[in-house]
Design a protein around this ligand. Sequence first.
Ligand SMILES: NC(=O)c1ccc[n+]([C@@H]2O[C@H](COP(=O)([O-])OP(=O)(O)OC[C@H]3O[C@@H](n4cnc5c(N)ncnc54)[C@H](OP(=O)(O)O)[C@@H]3O)[C@@H](O)[C@H]2O)c1
Length: 299
Amino acid sequence: MTTIALIGPGAIGGTVAAWLAQDPTIAVTVCARTPFDDLQVETPQGLITAKPKIITNPADGTPVDWVLIATKTYDADATKPWLDHLVADHTRVAIIQNGVEHERLFSHLVPADRIVPVIINLPAARSAPGRIAQHRHGIISVPAGTNGEDFAALFATTEIEAAAHADFVSQAWLKLTGNAIAIVPSLTLRATGPVWNADLESVVRGVVEECAAVGRAEGATIPAEFVEEIIERSRTMAEGSSAGSLHADRLAGHPMEVDARNGVIVRLGAKHGIPTPMNKVLVTLLSASGAPWIDGTRH
Ligand SMILES: NC(=O)c1ccc[n+]([C@@H]2O[C@H](COP(=O)([O-])OP(=O)(O)OC[C@H]3O[C@@H](n4cnc5c(N)ncnc54)[C@H](OP(=O)(O)O)[C@@H]3O)[C@@H](O)[C@H]2O)c1
């Protein structure tokens, strides 16, 4: 029996836990901040349900083979009390979050050789604790190597497609390049398509091209056509369509992953001597937008 503890049973964590719990050779424990009884996930394959062990007190955790972390990036440090009880010498820790800094965020909490950074393409939303809608087929990317391959193998019997990639850096930066533009609708509070013009295009283009340039300096392959595809997606973004989690979190008055998604472009750009003026301005404006919390820091 493989033992897994999932910290952060939100949209992503709840979906992943429910799929893994379908496998009789896996024992899933859910480590929750807000208690609930069971998981019900509407997936493209229909409703899946699971009744894993759910704990809310870190002291009730015991060492497991795998810890999966699916909190927002700004809650990384809040996982420490859980990790203190769940991680033994053999435990590997998979970080399922957006961004490109999985290792940096957890380097003071988990030994580097046991961290598995995970990029997930799986749009999902939570309507209540334990109640989730998975909107499309899920795809997981991890780095090549024993840890990544062992992690991908956990999903063998699920409908989530998991693969280890020799060029994981590109996987992570392609996702970030696609996500970077979400800062624009999170500031304007509306879709970009209906208000598209040359000036808005230069803003969107600046955000995406800066991200691609920094990603390339970090070793990622980001084709010029991919950048154009992302800009085209922004040009055709329909009113009322989901403008992403930054937007949703801002509207809800929640913290936002703005540092993990755009602040990182500015920080790593500075490291490489690459100017990132568009991301810097938008990060500054969003930070000053009145949202009470940015990345966990009260401003
Ligand atoms: N949703 C998507 O479509 C999607 C797609 C791809 C990638 N991602 C990325 O996946 C990550 C997770 O996003 P999400 O949408 O799943 O977020 P979410 O729905 O807000 O879920 C986060 C979960 O973490 C829990 N949590 C926070 N601190 C905790 C702690 N100390 N102990 C236990 N649980 C804790 C929250 O608890 P509460 O229940 O109390 O809120 C919540 O259940 C993010 O990096 C996001 O960018 C999301």
